[in-house]
Design a binder for this molecule. Structure first.
Ligand SMILES: Cc1cc2nc3c(=O)[nH]c(=O)nc-3n(C[C@H](O)[C@H](O)[C@H](O)COP(=O)(O)O)c2cc1C
Length: 307
């Protein structure tokens, strides 16, 4: 069986994954945290926590709340910063077989460009995922992704600053995701990942106050899956670059739905918090499905449900 997928066919380096199962940024640390739990080298790719120019402490606590079939988070991009990432994490990744993609976030377009140029050519990094979709920071993030023009500006700036494959991660918090996707594709993205979290909130009725320290947070988990699936279907019908589907994927069946909607690869996010083996379980389930259905190449399934 061939499960390999190419996520950056037009890029000189390419981004060839042995299989379509990736981890979602912010839910799998730097990969190292999970490497003693299962053989993470079996995955298609690992996407690390959102990285900024300077280290960040993130938002005030509490930053997590469970909701019906979902998780609300307002972490606020707590991370070690790009310098420490290059010094401490990339030498480890360089020895891995599994490609690692660095998720980057900034407050200005220049921040994104500087991050991209600092990460360009660093051994151990196979691509960048440009987070223009974080709902939990005061400046930048989802503001860029909500509008086709600013989304395109960030993409073009990153494209200019690096030869690495560039994945742009979209927010569902926009009125027309297809327009944003088209703008990003035209601006030079190699692939599009979607979705990031949906903005939401929880009220603590005893305190009569919002529960999260940041007041609002981003909703993820099974609750968002139908929204994410619809958006992947919509975007896959709009652009001609690979799509990476994300949002509520917990089982192989979930992953196959996204692939059949048109995603070339998928990311497992919040599911790793309840089942740390979830990405591997999803991969093994896809393999079993292909075997049972007599599918020789994953390409036969990509977009198979499109009408
Ligand atoms: C605790 C937490 C932290 C996250 N951090 C990031 C991040 O740093 N960068 C990013 O692009 N997305 C981040 N996300 C969004 C996920 O990568 C993913 O897009 C979203 O959770 C939907 O997928 P899921 O329903 O499978 O979790 C985060 C999500 C969670 C739950």
């Amino acid at each position: 069986m061939n499960l390999s997928v190419q996520l950056a066919p037009k890029n000189k380096h390419g981004l060839l994954l042995a299989n379509p199962v990736m981890t979602a940024s912010g839910t799998f640390g730097y990969g190292t945290e999970y490497s003693h739990i299962f053989d993470i080298q079996k995955l298609g790719a690992i996407v690390c926590k959102g990285t900024t120019l300077e280290p960040r402490d993130g938002n005030p606590q509490p930053r997590l709340a469970e909701t019906s079939c979902g998780l609300l988070n307002s972490i606020g991009l707590q991370n070690i910063g790009v310098k420490a990432l290059i010094k401490e994490k990339t030498p480890i990744w360089a020895s891995w077989r599994v490609p690692v993609i660095v998720n980057i976030a900034g407050e200005t377009i220049d921040d994104y460009a500087r991050l991209a140029s600092q990460l360009d050519g660093v051994a151990g990094i196979s691509g960048l995922e440009v987070n223009i979709s974080c709902p939990n920071i005061k400046a930048g993030g989802a503001e860029f992704g909500a509008n086709p023009d600013s989304a395109a500006e960030v993409t073009a700036a990153v494209r200019k600053a690096t030869s690495l494959p560039v994945l742009v991660k979209l927010t569902p918090n926009t009125s027309d995701i297809a327009k944003v996707a088209l703008a990003v594709a035209k601006a030079g993205a190699d692939a599009i990942s979607l979705i990031n979290t949906l903005k939401g909130m929880v009220i603590d009725i005893t305190q009569r106050r919002p529960l999260l320290g940041n007041i609002t947070g981003g909703l993820s988990g099974p609750a968002v899956k139908p929204v994410a699936l619809y958006m992947v279907y919509e975007v896959a019908g709009t652009v001609d670059i690979p799509i990476i589907g994300c949002g509520g994927i917990t089982t192989a069946s979930d992953a196959l739905e996204f692939i059949m909607a048109g995603a070339s690869a998928i990311q497992v996010g919040s599911a790793s918090f309840t089942n740390p083996h979830a990405p591997l379980d999803v991969l093994e389930g896809i393999e079993q499905f292909m075997e049972k259905e007599g599918i020789k190449d994953i390409a036969e399934l990509i977009g198979a449900a499109r009408i």
